[in-house]
Design a protein around this ligand. Structure first.
Ligand code: MN
Length: 201
């Protein structure tokens, strides 16, 4: 089955005031839809057309002259599907349990981790994403340009934040650091813990 944009698991205005309704409408309905449409067009007629997106993203080398279009647009689909599910109107606060322990062990404290992720997001020149990933041996903060995803490198995203201007410009204009500060209020740490359990189990 061709890729489809999943419905948001909350209302467009549910993440207010941290992420505004208009941004969510354009981001989900227009930007994500465009990635899906272009990914489907690129994959049509190939052996990868009906495969899970993460499997496609781990086999970009086999896509020949379609590889760049698939990297950008299947990457955009995977990243945004992940992003919507990671946010919640009941989000915010701090992780607990094994994920909290792993963050404290790796970064020293939750606030040190937050600073490192913010630095990765602010420091990503142009468009991209900042991530907490599990690389098979432990946690790391990384950033990726464009719609590149750690999934392509066989790494598991635990959390990820979109730092494309389309994710924040209507409300925050040029102030990417302010958007990144506000974003912590909508992170669903329960969902992040699911990703962590799957990666470390
Ligand atoms: Mn985006």
């Amino acid at each position: 089955m061709a890729f489809e944009v999943p419905d948001l698991p909350y209302d467009y205005n549910a993440l207010e005031p941290h992420i505004d309704e208009q941004t969510m409408r354009v981001h989900h309905d227009k930007h994500h839809q465009a990635y899906v449409d272009k990914a489907n067009a690129a994959l049509e007629g190939t052996e990868w057309a009906d495969r899970p997106v993460d499997e496609v993203l781990q086999n970009l080398d086999s896509l020949g002259d379609k590889a760049t279009a698939v990297r950008n647009n299947a990457g955009g689909h995977s990243n945004h599907a992940f992003f919507w599910e990671l946010m919640s109107p009941d989000g915010g606060g701090e992780p607990d349990g094994d994920l909290a322990d792993a963050i404290n062990d790796k970064f020293g404290s939750f606030s040190d981790f937050q600073e490192e992720l913010k630095d990765a997001g602010v420091g990503q020149f142009g468009s991209g994403w900042a991530w907490l990933i599990h690389d098979g041996s432990g946690l790391a903060v990384v950033s990726t340009p464009n719609q590149d995803t750690p999934v392509s490198e066989g790494r598991t995203p635990i959390i990820g934040v979109d730092v494309w201007e389309h994710a924040y410009y209507l409300k925050y204009q040029n102030k990417r650091p302010d958007y990144l500060d506000a974003w912590w209020n909508v992170v669903d740490w329960g969902k992040a813990a699911e990703h962590f359990r799957a990666a470390s189990g």
